[in-house]
Design a protein around this ligand. Structure first.
Ligand SMILES: Nc1nc2c(ncn2[C@@H]2O[C@H](COP(=O)(O)OP(=O)(O)O)[C@@H](O)[C@H]2O)c(=O)[nH]1
Ligand SMILES: [Mg+2]
Length: 243
């Protein structure tokens, strides 16, 4: 486990950095393996529960400010008459995002991770105790904002959805390959800002496919509404596959 951030990243460079600490290599690696093995067991339990309830579960991951909460707010407003949602909000501190979601009328629960840089399966297992899963079609999980730690932690979700906004630069899939490899879908958000930037959409798509040839890509803007219909169709398709 990383002393600095409390997570178990899969990045070998991160491990090299750890080895400069006083702990022995073997011991550190085995603590990481235990942590991830325990998380994977709990994620399996979550997945079994979600399966039993016919629940579609999406885990939204991104750097801070790419638009996860805005995408959720927009999606809930547009689709809540068609589907029943519940939302788990992960953040280190504050209940700001859960408050924003609750304002749409959808059940929301905030999980504060404190110093932790990601949600884990244990937190999610307890978080869903706040919802009536029998009456829920889709559980949305907004993970803590960063493109590193959440990649290593299975929450029992059906898919990770990586949100990348055009203000972040097209090279991010190459810089954070673990995250884009672990994700089933990449949403490129804030398309409305493209005229003001030098973001290369074509390159971004190519970089994402280079690290994960299977990844699906949808471009959208919560402000202009462009591309939202494709995201909603993707969501409906996932639900149909599940049930
Ligand atoms: N221009 C533009 N801004 C957006 C869009 N979506 C979100 N934002 C803004 O980006 C900022 C961060 O959004 P937020 O949803 O809080 O990001 P999060 O940290 O990933 O949850 C807010 O000021 C949003 O209004 C979009 O499609 N276009
Ligand atoms: Mg947010």
């Amino acid at each position: 486990m990383c002393i600095d951030c409390g997570c178990a990243p899969a990045d070998p460079q991160h491990h090299d950095h750890e080895h400069q600490h006083e702990h022995g290599k073997g011991k550190k690696v085995s603590i990481e393996e235990d942590l991830l093995a325990k998380n994977n067991r709990l994620a399996m339990n979550n997945r079994a529960l979600f399966q039993q309830q016919g629940l579609l579960v999406l885990n939204l991951v991104s750097s801070p400010g790419s638009g996860k909460t805005t995408i959720l707010e927009t999606t809930l407003k547009d689709l809540q008459s068609e589907l029943s949602f519940a939302v788990l909000e992960g953040d280190q501190q504050t209940s700001n995002d859960a408050d924003r979601i609750a304002a749409t009328g959808v059940p929301a629960h905030q999980i504060n991770t404190g110093a932790g840089c990601h949600l884990d399966a244990h937190m999610v297992g307890h978080g869903v105790e706040h919802f009536d899963l029998e009456k829920t079609d889709v559980l949305m999980i907004e993970n803590v904002g960063n493109l590193v730690c959440p990649a290593s932690f299975d929450l029992g979700e059906d898919a990770k959805v990586a949100v990348l906004s055009v203000t972040e630069g097209e090279d991010k899939p190459l810089k954070y390959p673990q995250m884009f490899r672990a994700s089933n879908l990449m949403l490129i958000n804030k398309l409305d800002l493209l005229p003001h930037l030098r973001f290369d959409l074509e390159k971004c798509r190519e970089y994402a496919k280079r690290v994960n040839p299977e990844i699906e890509i949808i471009e959208l803007s919560c402000y202009s509404g462009e591309g939202l219909d494709k995201w909603y169709d993707w969501l409906r398709t996932q639900l149909a596959i599940k049930n």
